[in-house]
Design a binder for this molecule. Structure first.
Ligand code: SF4
Length: 278
């Protein structure tokens, strides 16, 4: 095997290890080796931050049954920040617990908390980044143009109903100007998503776009390298794929999303429609 040309799997493993080392270094661990940034990570840090340009380097990574272990979610540690959160036993109780939340600065610019929608016992859960303007106004995730495309993926592509699945976001309040959520905002809100996942108990999560995938998997690897490969989040098989908003700008990459969705359907034991491509 030529070790000078790492396979995508090796590169992903290395990137994941780098992320882990960087994380524990940032948490104060001393004595760690320096120089753990891979060439791919260096290239990544040079990528523009805007989603329109972040997701342009799609690679056609084949889907497989490999599960890439994520850094351990410290669920109990997360929940300990909000005493009583672990006692919520239904989505309704969780929504009540969140209330008119002011636990991060996004509360200042939002119209309302956009909690989540769909089947509370869904076997399939979609997770996006955060509410946009229409979602903020209507109080429901994925209701704009990107939301319509997601509905097409679910209904025309997968042959399911939108009401069969559960849809949520990493942060529940709209970031001003549709900017990316900031780390402190994600940290404040992620216990709610973790509890949503625990309560819905989906068999499969689809992480939509760079931000959702990176937040769920706790890596900084670009979506183009994460998509098409099974990961695991809190024991749930997770497939990252491109965000519908990205597909509106780059319809040629619907082909890649369809490959990812076919893997999801196989995992769920559902037939893959021949002409179901959205
Ligand atoms: S984004 Fe989450 S933590 Fe922040 S105010 Fe909204 S619900 Fe609360």
């Amino acid at each position: 095997m030529d070790r000078r040309t790492p396979s995508p799997e090796r590169r992903l493993l290395f990137d994941t290890l780098c992320d882990y080392v960087e994380q524990i270094r940032s948490e104060g661990m001393e004595g760690l080796p320096l120089g753990t940034t891979s060439p791919a990570r260096i290239a990544q840090t040079r990528e523009p931050a805007h989603p329109e340009t972040r997701e342009t380097a799609a690679i056609d990574a084949p889907a497989s049954d490999r599960i890439v272990p994520k850094t351990q979610i410290e669920t109990e540690q997360m929940f300990s920040r909000y005493p009583g959160l672990e006692k919520t036993t239904t989505l309704e109780e969780l929504r009540e617990f969140i209330g008119d939340c002011e636990r991060c600065k996004l509360c200042k610019s939002r119209t309302q908390v956009v909690f989540g929608v769909g089947n509370s016992k869904a076997e399939l859960m979609f997770v996006g980044e955060g509410p946009g303007a229409e979602e903020d106004a209507r109080g429901e995730p994925f209701v704009g143009r990107a939301g319509q495309l997601l509905t097409d993926i679910i209904e025309r592509g997968m042959g399911m109903k939108r009401s069969d699945v559960y849809i949520a976001n990493v942060v529940k309040c709209r970031p001003p100007g549709n900017r990316n959520p900031e780390p402190d905002e994600v940290a404040a809100c992620e216990p709610f998503l973790a509890r949503q996942v625990e309560l819905v108990k989906p068999r499969v999560i689809v992480a939509l776009g760079t931000f959702a995938a990176q937040a769920l998997l706790r890596v900084k690897t670009p979506i183009s390298k994460l998509r098409g490969i099974w990961h695991e989040v809190g024991g749930v098989r997770t497939m990252p794929t491109f965000h519908p908003a990205y597909l509106l700008r780059n319809p040629g990459d619907k082909r890649l999303v369809w490959l990812d969705i076919q893997e999801v359907m196989k995992e769920l034991g559902r037939p893959v429609p021949r002409r179901g491509k959205p």
